[in-house]
Structures are given as structure tokens and as C-alpha cells.
Design a protein around this ligand. Structure first.
Ligand SMILES: [Zn+2]
Length: 450
């Protein structure tokens, strides 16, 4: 065979082999692991989980056949949980919500660092409940195109509110006159509509406008007609009742202004409206004042820049000490915790993990606060996985470790159903069937001392 011809043939064969390798789904197998599947049952020892491509192909015992060429992970003395999900995030670094310019390189890097802190902490999906559209949708597009390493991103972009109400920039006063405002938002591609609905007048805040109930219903219906789910910021029981009967799909916060009534819990036992917990945002201020040393814990040191830790302990702490709302929130957090405990007792699929914060450690704090409030650790895991998938309307493809679902998983070296703190003992994070290289994330833990 002439040399040149053989050379060409080699290239063609080589290319064909490379193409075959790329087209073959990568297979991964976790063997001998204790499975906590996200449905809330007792952990199951000696489980085998088979992953093919980005999906879970099979879950079973030690006798499950091993696919050819599968990479085997030894799961003995390890615990497997679904990837955690934070269903109320405002990713930082993207600039003002009303900023119409292009996203800068620095802004994108700040966003990426936030996203990396989630992945590092075992969080494989976030929902951003309000941000600058250009910033969050650019990151979402890059994540979906596999151009960046990040958790799955679902996002709202700008929020909808009454003029002089809670949120924006999409302000609606009348129907159908302001329909174009909503269509402008829909054109940005939101996964979920987020409405801001509050009268304030609580803490040190002035009274503001609310959307009238008939307009609220009209807005929600307009999004539903285009297949878009809705969530709403509420803080009182009255606004929650109104929003639920106006057709809202989920609540972005629990009731925090007073203990909930028995009637509200009876109604929720029937309607089962996913309710995001967001205890961390309220507790963060008093925790910073009373326990600034929490920032020295490993997970914070690993993921929060040292200058930011220094700023929080000094400037920000001084500001919170003087801020009247810090005390108010310290008083109201136990009330919100008790409301969530009772809501969870009314229906195990209602409460959803969300922090209203911007980094991975907050998710672990949220779960600690739920457990401190009386919810068992095993249920807190369901709240951060299955119930979060239900919030997104995507329970058919995520949130539990079941055959056919996306392979978003976390492997731990201690049992989180015994102590929720063990959820921080992460051995590996798997997203879409790929092991995340936690040592390559853009975080302080991976940068040597300067
Ligand atoms: Zn929020």
C-alpha cells in the first residue's frame, strides 16, 4: 500500500474511532453505596446505581450487570443523595437589573465564581428568582451549551410588580393596556414568572403598592397560556391566600410576618402549593452580629473570598449591628421556622429549599435552620431535592435517584439522615453523569496562598 494512501486511511480510521468514542455514552457505576433516594424512605445499603450518558440507567442491588467499559466508583461506606437544589437565588456580580449594556468579562467571572460555589457545595441546580436579564440568561445559555462548568440554571430575569411596588423592572398597572410589558419580559425567555407582591409597612419599611387581585390573576393566566409557571414574593398569610386563588403555582417565601392560621394549613394540605423556605436571608444578619466566627468554617473558607470574609466581619457586621431590622428578623425567624414545620406536617411535598442568597454554603445553612426548627434531617434532604424538582415542575426528570432521571448526584462519607451537617462531607459531585472536578473550580480553596 502506498505510504500516502496508508497515511490517509489511518487518519480516516482514526477519525472514525474518535467519532465512535464520542458518540458512545460514558458509563459510570456506583457500587455498594447507601442510597438516600430523595423520596424520604429509609436509606438502602449496598445499592448499585448505573449511569449512562447524562441519565441514571438503573438502580438496584449488587447483582446489576456492569455495562462494558463502565468506570466503577467504590461506594462502600459512602452515601449517595440527589444533587441539592436551591430554589431561590439572586446570583451576584451582574450589575443593576436596569442596566441594558453588555455583560463584561469581570461580571461573567463573578457570576461563575458564585456558580462554582454551588457545585462545590453539592448544589447541582439553582433557580435565580430575579436578576439582570442579560447577565443571568447569558450564563444560562452557556451552561445549557456546556460552555461553562455550572449547576443547571433556571431563571426569571426581571420580575413583575405594581408601579411603586415590590420589584421590577416590569411594572403593570392595568389589563390589557400593559400586556406589552409582560410580552417584553416573555421575549427574554424566563423559565418562571416571578411576581413581587408586598405592601411592606413591616420592619422599618414604608407602605407600597400591590397588584389588585383581578390583575394578578390576569398576569398569571397570560404566562400560563404560554406554558410558563409562576412564583410570587409574599410575606403575609393574606397575600398568600390571594395569590393562590389567583392561580399562582408556587410561593417564593414562607409566611414570616405572623404564625399561620389553622385554616391556612388545612387549605395547604389540599392545595399543596410548593413554598420556598428562605430562612437564611433573614437569619444571616443576626448570625453575622452574634456568630461572625461561622465564616471560619471550612465550607465558607473554601468558597468565599478572604477579602469578602474580612468585609463581612467588619463593615457589614457594624452595619447590621446598627440596623433595626436585624433584631426584627431575629424575632421573626423562629416564627417562620415554626410555620415551615407546621406546613411540612400538613404535606411532605410542600416545603422547598431556597435561600434568597447567592452561594453554596447558604444552602447548607438553610437545611440546618429547617432541622433546628423541628424538621428531621431525612425530610430536609427531600425538601432540597424532590420537593425542589416539584417546584420547578420537573419532577419527571430530576430531584430523586430513579431510573430515567438526570444523573445529578452527590457522594458523601457520612450519613446525612443522622446529622444534616454530614451533607457537607462531600466526596464527589456528579452533574449530568459527569464527575465535577472540584479541584478545578474558581474558588479560594483551589488557589494557593498569595
Ligand atoms: Zn428573592
Amino acid at each position: 500500500m502506498p505510504t500516502a494512501f496508508r497515511f490517509v486511511l489511518t487518519i480516516i480510521l482514526g477519525a472514525a474511532l474518535a467519532a465512535t468514542a464520542a458518540a458512545q455514552p460514558s458509563a459510570l457505576l456506583v457500587r455498594g453505596v447507601t442510597l438516600i433516594d430523595g423520596n424520604g424512605g429509609v436509606p438502602v445499603d449496598d445499592t448499585t446505581v448505573v449511569i449512562e450518558g447524562d441519565r441514571i440507567a438503573a438502580v438496584g442491588g449488587a447483582d446489576l450487570p456492569i455495562p462494558d467499559g463502565a468506570e466503577v466508583i467504590d461506594g462502600r461506606r459512602r452515601y449517595l443523595v440527589p444533587g441539592l437544589m436551591d430554589m431561590h437565588v439572586h446570583l451576584r456580580g451582574g450589575g443593576s437589573r436596569r442596566d441594558g449594556g453588555a455583560v463584561t468579562v469581570e461580571q461573567e467571572r463573578a457570576g461563575l465564581r458564585g456558580l462554582h460555589s454551588y457545585l462545590y457545595a453539592g448544589v447541582t441546580t439553582i433557580y435565580d428568582a430575579g436578576n439582570r436579564s442579560a447577565f443571568i440568561f447569558q450564563l444560562r445559555r452557556k451552561e445549557r451549551a456546556d460552555e461553562i462548568v455550572a449547576p443547571r440554571i433556571f431563571a426569571t430575569g426581571g420580575t413583575v410588580a405594581s408601579p411603586n411596588g415590590h420589584g421590577g423592572p416590569y411594572l403593570v398597572e392595568a389589563w390589557p393596556e400593559d400586556r406589552a410589558v409582560l410580552d417584553e419580559h416573555i421575549a427574554t425567555g424566563p423559565d418562571i414568572l416571578k411576581i413581587g407582591q408586598d405592601e411592606h409597612g413591616w420592619m422599618m419599611r414604608p407602605l407600597i403598592n400591590q397588584l389588585p387581585v383581578d390583575l394578578l390573576e390576569r398576569i398569571i393566566r397570560h404566562y400560563h397560556e404560554q406554558g410558563i409557571r409562576s412564583t410570587i414574593h409574599v410575606s403575609t398569610e393574606r397575600t398568600a391566600w390571594e395569590a393562590i386563588y389567583a392561580g399562582v403555582d408556587t410561593l417564593a417565601h414562607p409566611i414570616i410576618q405572623a404564625p399561620v392560621s389553622d385554616a391556612y394549613l388545612e387549605m395547604m394540605a389540599v392545595r399543596r402549593v410548593p413554598t420556598v423556605s428562605t430562612l437564611t436571608i433573614g437569619e444571616a444578619a443576626s448570625r453575622l452580629v452574634e456568630h461572625p466566627e461561622h465564616l471560619d468554617e471550612t465550607l465558607y473558607r473554601d468558597t468565599v473570598e478572604s477579602e469578602e470574609i474580612a468585609r463581612l466581619k467588619t463593615e457589614q457586621r457594624a452595619r447590621e449591628q446598627e440596623n433595626g431590622r436585624t433584631g426584627w428578623l431575629r424575632t421573626m425567624t423562629p416564627i417562620a421556622q415554626e410555620n415551615l414545620r407546621r406546613l411540612h406536617a400538613a404535606g411532605k411535598d410542600i416545603v422547598v429549599c431556597g435561600t434568597d442568597q447567592f452561594s453554596g454554603p447558604a444552602v447548607h445553612r438553610e437545611l440546618e435552620l429547617l432541622v433546628e426548627g423541628g424538621i428531621p434531617p431525612a425530610d430536609a434532604i427531600v425538601i432540597a431535592t424532590r420537593n425542589a424538582a416539584r417546584f420547578l415542575g420537573r419532577l419527571d426528570e430530576m430531584g430523586t435517584v430513579e431510573s430515567g432521571k438526570l444523573a445529578d448526584l452527590v457522594i458523601l462519607d457520612a450519613d446525612p439522615t443522622v446529622d444534616i451537617d454530614n451533607l457537607k462531607r462531600i466526596v464527589s459531585v456528579i452533574k449530568g453523569g459527569q464527575i465535577v472536578d472540584r479541584s478545578a473550580l474558581d474558588l479560594p480553596v483551589n488557589r494557593g496562598p498569595l
